[in-house]
Design a protein around this ligand. Structure first.
Ligand SMILES: C[S@@+](CC[C@H](N)C(=O)[O-])C[C@H]1O[C@@H](n2cnc3c(N)ncnc32)[C@H](O)[C@@H]1O
Length: 271
């Protein structure tokens, strides 16, 4: 039963991504990016707001022509696909731990210049030293128990002068990490704070060029979410089920972002 599957989806890291991919396929007929929406103007669609977030991140990285770009935690590959449509000479590698996401990436998000690989962000076993011009990691680092190991890999795989961008959800100063503990445990969430992020960079001789707090744009990104599920061509029960699932997820995300977390984009260079 779909309702049962959706409820179980909230109970594990793997099933959560299956639920999101399922949800997007049911509503939009295809898989979408797996990150939060970023508000730019009124009445944008959810899909547009997901593009907005990636566009906002890419603005920090300059021209990607002839560059080798690595996306760490690429999910179902939708970001890599979008980037490959923006620039026809960028070479892209996407790595992820979740095999189901990688199956979708290989089946629907490929391009002649894109490769998807199963790898762990904290090891990057398949990526050679000093081989990457640009590294991005969007809403994935929150799952890594050892973010210092990840930053060590960022330093190792980037070419000297290469750029990196990490978009992550951080704990606010006052957050004691007690909210939604059951969700964090089952979803393998390892939120950290800005001070820790300063340490990851300093100790690995990486320099941040900018640190942006985009929490307001992300919170506003959910504006109008009640109209995101079109009613046409859908049975009443499926409409109710999808709307209910979306409402629960949005409530959960917004509560965390308003009270306990902040959404930060770090961009920098290999010193
Ligand atoms: C919220 S999704 C974001 C996907 C994509 N970056 C996007 O913006 O749509 C987080 C992804 O990080 C992946 N992930 C979690 N831990 C990982 C790790 N240790 N190494 C590589 N990928 C990981 C998950 O499997 C998931 O696909």
């Amino acid at each position: 039963m779909k309702l049962f599957r959706y409820i179980r989806g909230a109970g594990s890291f793997k099933r959560y991504y299956r639920l999101l991919n399922d949800l997007y396929r049911s509503v939009y007929g295809r898989e979408l990016m797996l990150h939060f929406p970023f508000y730019m103007q009124e009445k944008e669609s959810f899909i547009q707001r997901q593009y907005n977030l990636l566009d906002h991140c890419l603005q920090n990285l300059g021209d990607l022509s002839d560059q080798v770009l690595l996306e760490v935690g690429c999910g179902n590959g939708a970001n890599c696909k979008y980037i490959s449509t923006l620039n026809d000479s960028v070479n892209i590698i996407g790595i992820d731990l979740n095999e189901e996401n990688l199956e979708i990436a290989n089946a629907s998000m490929g391009s002649p210049r894109t490769t998807f690989i199963h790898d762990d962000a904290q090891k990057l076993d398949h990526i050679e030293d000093s081989s990457i011009d640009v590294l991005i990691c969007i809403e994935s680092a929150l799952h890594y128990p050892d973010k210092f190991a990840f930053f060590k890999q960022v330093k190792r795989v980037l070419k000297p002068g290469g750029s990196f961008l990490v978009a992550d959800i951080l704990r606010r100063k006052e957050d004691r990490g007690r909210s939604l503990w059951w969700w964090k445990r089952t979803m393998l969430l390892h939120h950290t704070n800005e001070l820790d992020y300063q340490g990851y960079a300093v100790k690995n001789k990486l320099n941040y060029l900018s640190i942006q707090d985009i929490t307001p744009e992300i919170i506003k990104g959910y504006e109008g979410h009640r109209s995101w599920i079109p009613k046409e061509n859908r049975s009443w029960s499926s409409f109710v089920l999808l709307s209910f699932t979306l409402a629960i997820l949005v409530r959960l995300y917004l509560k965390e972002l308003r009270l306990h977390k902040k959404y930060i984009v770090f961009s920098g260079v290999h010193a």
